[in-house]
Design a protein around this ligand. Structure first.
Ligand SMILES: [Zn+2]
Length: 570
């Protein structure tokens, strides 16, 4: 009786609807002894519904609240507000609990930031992360929370999450649940293309979080978009060939995770990719290997994109480790939650083990790229793939091209459940396409405070001259300006071509801004400011109004840091 009352009380307090699993309740509440507080562990909406439903924004908040009611210690953080006014909350979990980044740093542990639901129809990360936080906090035995600080953000795109619609509409390539949110945020922006231009409040808030907490590892949880392969989950390191974070994650973390996912968790995983064929909109190996040479056979498995507009790549350019996680969209929802749960749990453990290496990666970039070294501001998929095994699922065409055989499978197609391992060219990395010598600094004209604001939003340190300074400058002459025809995320991306002139002595006016590259975000500053960068301020039209053929680019390189008096650097 006492037990029943306790359950009812908690269910009401956290606004739960649905059933709290009796076995769980029985395990938590002692019948004979009166309980002063009801330590009932919450269940996610996915768990409560038998994996038929995913959590609403209110469900997520109620779940987090109920962790506190269950007397599990954590710190609640508020990242910021969405365009529609929803708070983005995150849980900081560690033992002992930490109140903020200073306390976290004093522990000297890796800080791991895991975010889910940036594409709000891709829902298993949200469910897996909530369940994992609960299980780790409630675990009476020592666990990874004794060795790391976990920042868990279960629902990054809160507005998108609330735009529930049938999965056939919002996530046509996914196998459930039936109702899911949409990909864009409340402004219609794809948040995983926004990390450079930072137009969304969510992005701005997350840049502030990166500055404040400086996580050693970021993990971004997604679902794949359609290729029929044989992996429960695919992953990617930072792909921009800048700094050492990407190679560290690719060569030191991911192979270990792959091995552990196979042997400890029973999930096959691999590098994120898609087959190099498109067949009636279907991305996958439709009997590809059986086609005649010269036909549209599958030859390659290709990763996605290196540009820092994507969160994981962006964090890599900031000099920190990051991992993209992509659960297999054709697995049932429950299996996707479980593979994502296992992957995150494994990588938290690995981060604890590799604490020294993660700190070494962070230290390597602490003073910025060395002036004179080459830094890639454009990249292309490698021309040297390796030949290796990739698991393909055979697909079958139905006689009736309109029949739907499984949610997420194109009409007229059927999964056979027959998997084959084929040898493909695996493109898992990008190589530099165009690199620039890192200058000591950049100078920005006094009236371009829009550029300065943008740099500071990213956390780049910008100085201002209060008096004119003579300096050696290298300027760029614009030969051509190309605006993309296609509008993408509200922009027609700009590409510049031109020439760098010989250095000359020039006077930088009072009020000009100087951006030294000898700073923690020096590489990022180069990527954002270089005129021929493939994902910088030029790309996103910040400077469109003042670019002219034959004219000089307004931002110049300074080969040597000018002598700026202390007084002149407020
Ligand atoms: Zn996604």
């Amino acid at each position: 009786m006492r037990r029943a009352l306790a359950v009812v009380a908690v269910a009401a307090a956290v606004g739960c609807i649905g059933v709290i699993a009796p076995a769980r309740v029985a395990g938590q509440i002692t019948v004979e002894v009166p309980v002063p507080s009801a330590k009932v562990l919450p269940h996610t909406r996915a768990e409560r519904s038998g994996y038929l439903e995913t959590s609403t924004f209110a469900d997520v908040n109620a779940f987090i609240d109920s962790l506190r009611l269950a007397e599990l210690p954590y710190t609640l953080g508020l990242l910021g507000r969405s365009p529609e006014g929803r708070w983005l909350s995150y849980v900081v979990a560690s033992r002992p609990a930490v109140a903020g980044p200073e306390e976290a740093r004093r522990l000297g542990r890796p800080i791991v930031y895991v975010q889910a639901n940036i594409h709000a129809g891709e829902v298993e990360g949200k469910e897996a992360l909530l369940a994992l936080v609960r299980d780790l906090l409630a675990d009476p035995k020592p666990n990874v929370l004794d060795s790391i600080v976990l920042i868990a953000l279960p629902i990054y795109n809160t507005d998108g999450n609330e735009k529930f619609a049938p999965q056939a509409v919002n996530r046509s390539e996914q196998n459930g649940p039936e109702m899911v949110g949409q990909r864009p945020n409340g402004q219609g922006l794809d948040l995983n293309r926004d990390y450079v231009k930072a137009e969304a409040p969510e992005t701005r808030a997350s840049l502030a979080l990166l500055a404040r907490w400086d996580p050693d590892l970021l993990v971004d949880l997604h679902t794949t978009d359609g290729s029929f392969h044989g992996y429960a989950l695919t992953y990617a390191p930072p792909l921009a060939p800048v700094g050492i974070a990407g190679a560290f994650v690719r060569d030191s973390l991911l192979p270990v995770l792959r091995q552990r996912m196979r042997t400890r968790d029973g999930f096959e995983t691999f590098d994120y990719g898609n087959f190099d064929v498109e067949d009636a909109g279907y991305r996958g190996g439709v009997a590809g290997a059986d086609r005649a040479p010269g036909d549209t056979a599958v030859h390659a498995w290709e990763t996605y994109d290196h540009r820092p507009r994507y969160g994981v790549n962006y964090v890599g350019v900031r000099g920190r480790a990051a991992i993209l996680s992509e659960a297999f969209s054709h697995d049932p929802f429950e299996r996707r939650v479980k593979s994502t749960y296992a992957f995150v749990r494994e990588l938290l453990s690995l981060a604890a083990e590799r604490r020294a290496s993660l700190k070494r990666v962070a230290r390597a970039g602490a003073t910025g790229p060395k002036p004179g070294t080459m830094l890639a501001v454009r990249a292309r998929m490698t021309h040297s793939p390796y030949r290796g095994p990739v698991i393909v699922e055979d697909m079958e065409r139905m006689a009736d091209s309109t029949v739907l055989t499984q949610p997420g499978v194109p009409r007229g197609m059927r999964r056979t459940g027959h998997y084959r391992t084929v040898q493909l060219d695996v493109y898992d990395r990008f190589d530099p396409e165009y690199s620039v010598p890192v200058p000591a600094a950049y100078a920005i004209p006094a009236d371009r405070d829009d550029v300065v604001r943008a740099l500071r939003m990213h956390g780049v340190v910008v100085q201002r001259l209060v008096a004119p300074v003579k300096a050696s400058v290298t300027a760029f002459t614009v030969d051509s300006i190309v605006h993309a025809r296609r509008t993408f995320q509200g922009h027609n991306e700009t590409t510049l071509h031109g020439r760098w002139l010989a250095p000359r002595t020039s006077t930088l006016a009072a009020g000009s801004y100087v951006v030294p590259t000898a700073q923690a975000l020096g590489a990022l500053a180069v990527y954002l400011l270089e005129p021929e960068s493939d994902d910088g301020f030029v790309t996103w039209n910040t400077l469109d109004g003042i670019l002219h053929d034959g004219a000089e680019f307004p931002i110049v390189r300074l080969p040597v840091m000018p002598k700026v008096s202390r007084r002149a650097v407020p």
